[in-house]
Design a protein around this ligand. Structure first.
Ligand code: ZN
Length: 370
């Protein structure tokens, strides 16, 4: 990433925090303009100012690199908060699924409309200062000139305990070395322990050298292969829909490669899709069609549903005269288990609008899709 700026973010959650914290990290990691370099240990703190029975907060900090300017980055953080179900109210102590804030943006010192960089909480709040120092101990505070390690040293955990007996340091998520030097990332610890159990169950030794990092790798792979669950159609399509009043010819995109996993065996199926539509004033960038296929392929699927979902998505975003989708797929659950012939592949189709009602349109499409 050229022209990137190091940024420290704070994250806090006290609704469904064990799901929302790692999910927020995953959302950031998937962002094309953000690289997550380090994630701190989580700190649990009692909620302050809210109702007495409000659940504890989990707090963490992240060191990221980004191409986004501060305001665009803040907008992207708000989008992730929205995706995770954040409801914004005027009450600053309202429980929340996730709160993502820019604490430091390079060495920038600036007042924006209603917010400031650096975030004043970096100096006043233990739950911001301590995790920030963990991800970037030698980072210089752009106003005070202190190292973040010095800032954090002002908050001993003992002081915090004095303020509230229930405060505690906790590590609900494992942080560990990743495949890159000096980069630590948070992954799904529950999934990792399940993979470890699975290895034991099949008679393997999860501690032997080749398998030690397998649970982490599987968690990463699963995260990617199922990223469709947390990717919305809107963010994929973005602004790639164009007005095209005169366009009336069928648009066909052939041989869109896809990789999915069958929901019956969690084994891959893969192949090619042909997607066509008859525009009614709106067209979409061709590369976006492949991305739309990915949104639905990167889930546990059956090929019939995948085909229908792609057709419905095209209908929803373009409101065309009609849509046709044909998918061909090889299913490893059939091929590897020898139930069917190795070369057998499955073909599914979904027709909408004129592709369904007009036999000539359908015939034209099927001819082009062949
Ligand atoms: Zn299967």
């Amino acid at each position: 990433m050229p022209d990137t700026t190091p940024v420290i973010l704070s994250a806090g959650s006290n609704i469904d925090a064990e799901r929302c914290m790692p999910e927020a990290v995953r959302n950031l990691r998937r962002h094309p303009d953000i690289d997550v370099l380090k994630v701190s240990t989580c700190i649990a703190t009692p909620s302050v100012g809210g109702p007495d029975d409000a659940p504890d907060y989990l707090n963490a900090a992240m060191l990221i690199m980004t191409r986004l300017d501060p305001e665009s980055l803040r907008d992207e953080l708000r989008k992730i908060e929205d995706r995770l179900g954040r409801v914004r109210t005027d009450d600053p102590n309202e429980p929340r699924t996730i709160d993502l804030d820019i604490v430091y943006y390079g060495d920038l010192v600036k007042d924006f409309d209603g917010w400031t960089v650096p975030d004043p909480h970096g100096l006043t709040a233990m739950y911001v200062a301590v995790p920030a120092a963990e991800v970037a101990p030698t980072w210089t505070h752009p106003v005070t000139g202190q190292d973040l390690e010095e800032v954090a040293a002002g908050f001993t955990m003992e002081t915090a305990v004095k303020h509230s007996s229930s405060i505690r340091l906790s590590q609900p998520y494992t942080t560990r070395e990743s495949d890159f030097d000096d980069v630590r990332q948070v992954y799904a610890p529950r999934l990792e322990s399940l993979v470890r159990d699975q290895l034991l169950e099949i008679g393997e030794d999860p501690d032997r050298e080749g398998l030690q990092r397998t649970p982490l790798r599987v968690a990463k792979a699963m995260d990617y292969l199922t990223s469709g669950y947390t990717t919305s159609l809107e963010e994929v399509v973005n602004d790639a829909i164009f007005d095209a009043e005169g366009a009336s010819e069928m648009v066909v995109v052939r041989d869109v490669e896809y990789y999915s996993m069958c929901e019956h065996h969690m084994l891959p199926f893969f192949g090619k899709a042909t997607v066509a539509y008859l525009p009614k004033g709106k067209i979409i960038g061709l590369s976006k069609i492949a991305r739309i296929v990915d949104v639905y392929a990167r889930r546990l699927q059956v090929q019939e549903r995948l085909t229908n979902q792609v057709a419905d998505a095209m209908t929803e975003i373009l409101d065309p005269h009609g849509v046709g989708v044909v998918m061909e797929g090889k299913h490893l659950c059939m091929m590897m288990r020898g139930v069917q012939k190795q070369e057998s592949s499955m073909v599914t189709s979904a027709m909408r609008g004129t592709f369904q009602s007009d036999s000539r349109t359908r015939a034209e499409f099927l001819e082009l899709a062949r």
